[in-house]
Design a protein around this ligand. Structure first.
Ligand code: GLN
Length: 270
């Protein structure tokens, strides 16, 4: 069977199982098994696959059809123009998080001391450091397993980051100019069966337990003119804005929208 014939079979199977973007997912599964770049994949169109290759690709397909996200099968995900290694120990990075990084990158003064809380695979910390080499970037996570992945990503991509283990601000002794966090914010009852770690998703009854816990700690962690960015879900902004105003009555607090025009981040500027 040729590569393009197998791509057709995968696409049909994915479509029949209501998987959106079936053409793209088929391509990504095949490319990751055969280790092909996009260009190599296009050029290999007529290549006849070995039995072994065909079996490996079909195995990846069956994993996908059992509900495992493509990013976990491939063990990697693109974020901010770079490829990050991921496993089921960390959240799959989402494109909307890039907007928080863009805003922080534009706003933080030169040489700012920056902290990423709940770093997961390290995407926020690593992207910030690689885009803004003048920043000092620290990153923490409660999960040792996540820190191992984040450290590997930083090494592979050449970003100098100081990683350490901490439950939110518990082990943080210094103050920062900029704090970024994509914490768990999904209400417990809304958590899908996505194979992603609950630790990275479950935000309690209204989704905001961890976000509120961090905002409570921020006064001890931010410099006098520091700033914080936190990712949140649709419709959470008014609730979290009210809460943040109690902790920071004189701060400038605003919502940052995602590309769909939805308030998806809260920015607190002291
Ligand atoms: N964006 C993720 C989702 O909607 C949630 C990530 C998080 O809780 N930080 O599933």
């Amino acid at each position: 069977m040729t590569l393009s014939e197998l791509a057709g079979i995968l696409t049909d199977e994915l479509k029949n199982n209501s998987i959106e973007e079936a053409v793209l997912e088929a391509e990504l599964l095949i490319r990751s098994v055969l280790k092909l770049s996009k260009v190599e994949y296009i050029l290999a169109d007529k290549r006849v696959l070995t039995n072994q290759e065909e079996q490996s690709i079909k195995h990846a397909l069956s994993q996908r059809l059992s509900g495992i996200p493509a990013a976990y099968i491939m063990g990697e995900k693109e974020f901010f123009g770079r490829t990050f290694r991921i496993t089921e120990d960390v959240l799959i990075p989402r494109p909307e998080t890039e907007l928080m990084i863009e805003d922080a990158m534009r706003t933080l003064p030169k040489g700012s001391k920056t902290l990423d809380i709940g770093t997961g695979s390290g995407v926020i910390a690593i992207s910030m450091k690689l885009e803004r080499d003048d920043l000092t970037v620290d990153a923490v996570d409660i999960s040792e397993k996540a820190l191992i992945i984040a450290t590997k990503n930083a090494k592979k991509l050449g970003a100098r980051i100081n990683f350490f283990q901490s439950d939110l601000g518990e082990n943080i002794k210094e103050r920062y100019d900029g704090i970024l966090a994509n914490l768990p914010y999904v209400p417990t009852k809304d958590i899908p069966d996505s194979h992603e770690p609950l630790l990275a998703l479950d935000g309690g009854a209204d989704g905001l337990d961890t976000v509120r816990r961090l905002i409570n700690q921020l006064p001890q962690m931010l410099n006098p003119d520091g700033m914080a960015w936190l990712e949140i879900a649709i419709e959470q902004y008014p609730v979290i804005e009210r809460f943040a105003k109690q902790i920071f009555p004189s701060a400038e607090i605003k919502a940052i929208k995602d590309l769909a025009g939805i308030d998806r981040f809260i920015r607190i500027k002291l």
